[in-house]
Every structure is written in structure tokens, then in C-alpha cells.
Design a protein around this ligand. Structure first.
Ligand code: ATP
Ligand code: MG
Length: 461
């Protein structure tokens, strides 16, 4: 009877390609060091986590991006561990650890400044609850290692490395795909993208980051399934977009998104930027810088990043309001509200980042006033550094004259006397135009009262 039942499940999955069809119990086993994995490149914390779990009689493997990057001789961003121990069992083994997550609990094990994310093997559910497009709504049941492998996204992300035994377990020919530099989804591509449309964005990220080719079958359904992205909860989209933007290959990722037709509706300006032949200069410069910072190991502030990405709609709206005679500061504030509102419908940016963005933006017109006490007041501002970097970006992108950026660089570096002297020598236009008269001055680009920094008079090269 049971045998018959198992046969039925098997047959149904084999013929219909149900969720469990991708489960492979068999795996290839390699000596990890023979596959180019250097134990020295594994963090002490990840090793000790696996060791402790082993010593307590559990299975424990480093999984995901960490293993993939080790094999490619890249420096892993972090290490995740998968185990057959339950979160409570894991928690009990590490003094400095805590359970996080409500739906699917994972354990954060803390070693000094490093945190290892430990997750219990997860199951594939036949009867998983989905929305009307096939998106899986709940994915929170523990399972076997084979199931855990089958529910991962790509073959190269489903390798299990045991640093204690120097073993590499491969359920889905990930080693072969890594060698061929191919990104291949596990299971039926259409179904896997339907279950979780975010996987399509992950395709773009890994292809751009690793320089891999997308396997033809994996690629085939993407264009037609792309609209399902709009169905993903916006907080999830934010997480995946952030990963993409701080991957060190943001520009390449965005181009890949466009190539696959995935960019519509993610961030309003992506449509604009990516659909224009030369891209938008400001965002291009911003992303190039972000990539350089990431590759140099410097931190990235999401608030700053999203401030650059959403600046174009803010600026456009601001210009319109100025042209309609609105005073500058309230006009900017309204433009910000509108841009954030439009954005929130697609991709929810967290509130703390929004606060940073607003501050960076609202400080921009204040850089234009270079007389009296105004510049000194700006120096005291907590967000001066970010807002000033943003100003320099606008200069580099040709949106503002380079002169204003240079002036601020000098002003920030000068001592008290130097600063006073600079204010005395500030260009005649540096006082800014009285707010309620900005409209007229901005309409006469050749006029003497032209404000260097106002968006309307921006000089483009
Ligand atoms: P990175 O180095 O950029 O962090 P990563 O592969 O580690 O890349 P994560 O987002 O950290 O990516 O995810 C860790 C692992 O979890 C992945 O390697 C994959 O096995 C699995 N995973 C993550 N997101 C999904 C998803 N949407 N569907 C299936 N598996 C996923
Ligand atoms: Mg990772």
C-alpha cells in the first residue's frame, strides 16, 4: 500500500513535473580540496560552527554562495551553514546565538564581528499554498538534505561543503556547471520562477557577478514571466534589489536586467535609465562609484544609493514646480513626497533609509547659498558628508557646474579664517536667488541673476 502510494507520488511528479520532481536522493561526492576549495579561505567562525554541530552528532555543511565563491576563487561575502539540527538544538550548542525569523526560524551564531547563519534543512512541499500565479506563500517545513538541495535556486548554489571531512556533496551537477560557467536552475524553470519570481532577478545578479552564461532552458521563460515580479511583496523586492546593487557589479546587473526584460516597474527610474540608449549619466556615474567602493571593500549606505537612484524623478518634479512658480524648498519637499509615494507601490524602501534619502536631497539647495552664516550652518549638519558626496556626484554627472563642488571641497577643508575669506570672495550668484523669484531667473539662462546650482540652469556637458 505504502509502496503503491510512493509510486503514485513518483509517477505524478515524473509526468507532471510537480514540486518534488527535482528531488534527487543521489549525489556526487568529491574531495573538496581536490576541487580547489582551500580550507584556509573558510572563516574560522564557519569552521567552528560546523565542528561543534558535528561533535554533537549532527550534519553540518557550508552552503550557498560561500561554497560557490570558494570554488571560483572569489572571496565569499559570508558563510551560511545548513544542518539537520533543529533551531532549538543549534541554539543550545552556541552560547552566543539567537533564533530569528517567525515563519522559518534560522539561528544566528555570533563569533566576534562575524555572524554565521545556520538553517535547518528545508522541505519541498507538494501541497504548498500558492497564490493564483503559483507563487509559494509558505515554505517553512523541515526536510531532508536532498529536499533542501532541490529547493535551492541554481545548481551552483546547491553544493554542500563539509570543512571537517573535506567533502563536497553535489546533488544537481553544480560542479559540472561551475566548470562550464553556466547558470542553471534546479528543476523546471517555469515552475521555479513562478514559485518565486525573485529568482529571475537572482539570475541577473549571478550572471553579472560571475560572468556566467544562462543555460538556454533556464533563460527561455524569463521574458514572458517577467511581469510576475510585480506580484512579489515589496519588502522582498527591496532585499533582492539591494543585494544586486551592492554586488560590486551593479551596472552590469542592471544591463542584464534589461537584456532579460526584467527592469520594468522595479524602480521607476530604471525604466527611464535603461530604456535610453546611453543610459542616464547621473545614475551611471553613481553606480560606477558604488561598484568601485564595494570592490575596494568600503561600506555602502543604502540611503545614499537609493537617493541617487531616485534623484531623477525628484529633480524632474522639482523643476516643474519651480517653473510653476513654487518656492524652492517646499517644491523640493513635495517632489520628494511624490517620488517616494510612486516608488513605495513597487519596492518598499525601509523607513530609516527614506529618512537618510530625504535629508541628502533636502540639503542640496542649501549648498547653493554661499553667503553669510548659511555655509557654516551646513557644516554642522550630521549628514553633511553624504549630502556633499551627493553634490559632487551631481557635478560629475554634469548636472551642476564643477565650480560649486570645488568650492565646497575647499570650504570643508579650510580653517576658520580661510572659510571667512571664501565667503567674502564667493561669486555674486552664490547667494542664490530669492526663493519666490527663482522661476523668472531660471527661465533666462543667459541672465545675470542665474543661479549656478538650481536644477533648471544645470549645465550639461
Ligand atoms: P551572495 O554571495 O551574493 O550572497 P548567495 O548565493 O549566497 O550569493 P543568498 O541570497 O545569500 O545568495 O542566498 C543563499 C543561498 O540560499 C543561495 O545560494 C541559494 O542556495 C539559497 N536561496 C536564496 N534565495 C533563494 C530563492 N529565492 N530560491 C531558492 N533558493 C534560494
Ligand atoms: Mg550569501
Amino acid at each position: 500500500m505504502i509502496r503503491h502510494f510512493i509510486d503514485r507520488i513518483f509517477k505524478r511528479d515524473a509526468t507532471r513535473g510537480g514540486p518534488r520532481a527535482a528531488i534527487r536522493e543521489k549525489f556526487r561526492q568529491y574531495k573538496a580540496s581536490a576541487q580547489g576549495i582551500q580550507l584556509e579561505s573558510v572563516s574560522e567562525a564557519a569552521r567552528r560552527t560546523c565542528e561543534t554541530l558535528h561533535n554533537a552528532g549532527h550534519k553540518a555543511f557550508i552552503v550557498g554562495g560561500g561554497v560557490r565563491d570558494l570554488m571560483l576563487d572569489l572571496r565569499p561575502k559570508d558563510f551560511d551553514v545548513a544542518t539537520d539540527a533543529t533551531p532549538d538544538q543549534v541554539r543550545a550548542l552556541f552560547r552566543r546565538s539567537r533564533i530569528i525569523g517567525r515563519r522559518f526560524q534560522i539561528v544566528h551564531v555570533i563569533f566576534g564581528r562575524e555572524t554565521i547563519e545556520v538553517s535547518t534543512f528545508r522541505a519541498i512541499q507538494d501541497d504548498a499554498e500558492t497564490d493564483e500565479h503559483g507563487r509559494v506563500l509558505r515554505d517553512n517545513v523541515w526536510g531532508t538534505q536532498a529536499e533542501d538541495a532541490a529547493r535551492r535556486d541554481f545548481t551552483i548554489n546547491a553544493l554542500y561543503y563539509d570543512p571537517v571531512a573535506d567533502l563536497l556533496l553535489d546533488y544537481h551537477d553544480g560542479v559540472r556547471d561551475l566548470k562550464k560557467r553556466t547558470l542553471r536552475i534546479i528543476g523546471d524553470p517555469t515552475q521555479r520562477f513562478r514559485e518565486d519570481p525573485v529568482r529571475m532577478l537572482r539570475v541577473a545578479r549571478f550572471v553579472a557577478k560571475l560572468g556566467f552564461t544562462i543555460e538556454a532552458k533556464t533563460r527561455a521563460p524569463i521574458r514572458s514571466l517577467a511581469p510576475l515580479i510585480s506580484n512579489v511583496p515589496s519588502a522582498r523586492l527591496f532585499d533582492e534589489m539591494l543585494k544586486l546593487l551592492v554586488s560590486g557589479h551593479a551596472l552590469a546587473c542592471l544591463h542584464e536586467l534589461r537584456r532579460e526584460g526584467l527592469h520594468h516597474g522595479l524602480l521607476p527610474m530604471l525604466d527611464v535609465i535603461l530604456d535610453q540608449p546611453d543610459g542616464e549619466r547621473f545614475v551611471t556615474v553613481a553606480l560606477e562609484r558604488t561598484d568601485q567602493r564595494v570592490l575596494a571593500g568600503k561600506p555602502i549606505s543604502p540611503g545614499f544609493l537609493f537617493a541617487t537612484l531616485l534623484w531623477q524623478p525628484v529633480r524632474e518634479q522639482w523643476q516643474k514646480a519651480l517653473a510653476a512658480g513654487q518656492p524652492s524648498i517646499p517644491a523640493l519637499s513635495d517632489a520628494i513626497d511624490q517620488a517616494l509615494d510612486d516608488q513605495a507601490r513597487q519596492l518598499a524602501i525601509q523607513r530609516r533609509h527614506i529618512a537618510d534619502m530625504r535629508e541628502i536631497w533636502m540639503m542640496q539647495p542649501r549648498f547653493e547659498r554661499r553667503t553669510g552664516r548659511a555655509p557654516f550652518a551646513l557644516l554642522e549638519h550630521l549628514r553633511l558628508r553624504a549630502a556633499y558626496d551627493f553634490l559632487l556626484l551631481r557635478c560629475d554627472a554634469g548636472e551642476l557646474s564643477a565650480e560649486i563642488g570645488q568650492w565646497w571641497t575647499e570650504f570643508i577643508e579650510a580653517d576658520g579664517a580661510g572659510r571667512a575669506d571664501m565667503i567674502a570672495r564667493a561669486p555674486a550668484s552664490a547667494a542664490g536667488v530669492p526663493r519666490n523669484r527663482r522661476r523668472r531667473s531660471s527661465r533666462s539662462p543667459a541672465g545675470g541673476a542665474r543661479t549656478e546650482g538650481s536644477p533648471d540652469t544645470a549645465s550639461r556637458d
